[in-house]
Design a protein around this ligand. Structure first.
Ligand code: BGC
Length: 416
């Protein structure tokens, strides 16, 4: 690991003056939807205010699968960007490759261990050293709905999966799409993990997607989860296959569809469209998951690069990302909550305030769980194995839930 030393004092002074060495800071990310792009623009702006040049390395594709493929090619060819949007256990995989830069000196100088919740700080370290900086905390187990469509259909907002199907039948009968969905593996998995949490509960969820326990992956509860999950497909529209997530959100925004199950980056789309929570749209926990929180922490990992200017650029980028001003403006646009503890939340809406309170509360009750669909709970090979089984099962009615559960176990076992 490369250690950024000389850059730190400059980074600390950077809030008031430009760094000694201006750098071209190339940042890989997949924030290309309306809400995402508005958020990324704030990072570019603040980094440029510190005297650096932003080189945008955006690779479109929700969930980041395409971005990760492109990144691997770049790093293998010895041409790593300054920083990349990498999160969860993947940070450990990249650490094992020996290509990351250690940003401990900045982290110590700024007291990151005290600024960050423990679960966040730990995820940013490789071998005990900070190699990444957190941008936010996204909650994934949300249901986004359009109250006007519910009213027209005479349906009630569901709090359990049984209620979901009652409401969805009414909405469908009234001529609307009940569930806006984009049929892409990561979106399929996002709905699937919400069903797993709602039907199976947090203990089951953790056993299946964190411990990779054989009984949980292939047993009765998983069968029930899979059956419930595939039933949701009947309430999506013919245009769902391949649709981007933000276009599914747009269907809820414009009243074509009643609901979407998606992480709170969807709120960034509502915000970008000028919509107000509680009035134009409603955020509520995905059915059956009120007391739980599936977390997804976006972070930027720094690559080991030659040259002092590169290190200064990285230190300034990391310092900017954790600054209170950035954490506020970025997360107001992105739909997430700040990764830093104790920041004022008065500018945030009720959805974000609820998320903030639940993040703290679930950390205490043990119901704070990492999102499988967003790379927080397993290494990427295992995640990929689960995605394959889930998407195949979702699209092929001839596969029984029992067969899919057995396949899930064998796929996970061979991916480890
Ligand atoms: C990322 C979010 C992003 C979403 C859709 C998630 O995996 O964590 O930041 O908005 O994918 O692209």
């Amino acid at each position: 690991m490369k250690i950024i030393k000389t850059a730190v004092s400059a980074a600390l002074a950077a809030a008031v003056s430009f760094s000694a060495q201006a750098a071209e800071v190339e940042v890989l990310h997949w924030w290309t939807s309306g809400g995402e792009a508005a958020s990324a623009a704030e990072l570019k702006r603040m980094l440029e205010e510190r005297g650096h040049t932003w080189k945008d390395f955006a690779v479109a594709g929700g969930g980041g699968e395409s971005a990760m493929t492109v990144l691997k090619t770049r790093v293998v060819s010895g041409n790593a960007p300054t920083a990349a949007q990498i999160k969860g256990p993947s940070i450990q995989e990249w650490g094992d490759e020996g290509v990351l830069a250690d940003i401990d000196e900045l982290a110590e100088a700024e007291g990151w261990d005290d600024l960050l919740p423990e679960v966040v700080a730990e995820a940013m370290k490789y071998d005990g050293h900070y190699v990444a900086v957190p941008v936010n905390v996204h909650r994934v187990n949300w249901l986004w709905s359009n109250p006007e469509v519910f009213e027209k259909a005479g349906a009630e907002l569901p709090t359990t999966w049984d209620e979901f199907f009652v409401a969805a039948d009414k909405i469908k009968a009234a001529g609307f799409t009940a569930l806006a969905h984009g049929g892409q593996p990561w979106q399929d998995a996002t709905t699937f993990e919400a069903v797993a949490l709602g039907v199976g509960g947090t203990d089951f969820y953790t056993k299946a997607f964190v411990d990779l326990d054989a009984d949980a992956l292939s047993g009765e509860t998983m069968v029930k989860v899979l059956e419930t999950y595939r039933k949701t497909r009947q309430y999506t529209d013919a245009g769902a296959p391949g649709r981007d997530w933000n276009l599914a959100t747009a269907m809820v925004i414009n009243g074509e569809a009643a609901m979407q199950i998606m992480g709170d980056w969807a709120k960034g789309e509502f915000t970008a469209a000028g919509k107000v929570p509680g009035k134009d749209y409603v955020c509520s926990a995905a059915p059956g998951t009120l007391d739980a929180f599936t977390f997804n922490i976006d972070s930027f990992v720094m690559f080991a690069l030659d040259g002092e200017d590169a290190s200064e650029g990285q230190a300034d980028l990391a310092s900017t990302i954790l600054s209170p001003a950035f954490q506020e403006v970025f997360n107001l646009n992105k739909g997430s909550i700040p990764a830093r503890l104790n920041l004022p939340m008065d500018k945030f809406d009720d959805c974000a305030k609820l998320s903030g309170a639940d993040f703290v509360a679930t950390a205490e009750t043990g119901k704070l769980v990492p999102s499988m669909a967003h790379g927080m709970s397993t290494f990427s090979s295992v995640q990929g194995a689960i995605f394959d089984v889930v998407t195949e099962f979702y699209n092929d009615e001839s596969i029984s839930a029992e067969a899919a559960a057995r396949k899930m176990l064998s796929a996970v076992q061979s991916a480890q």
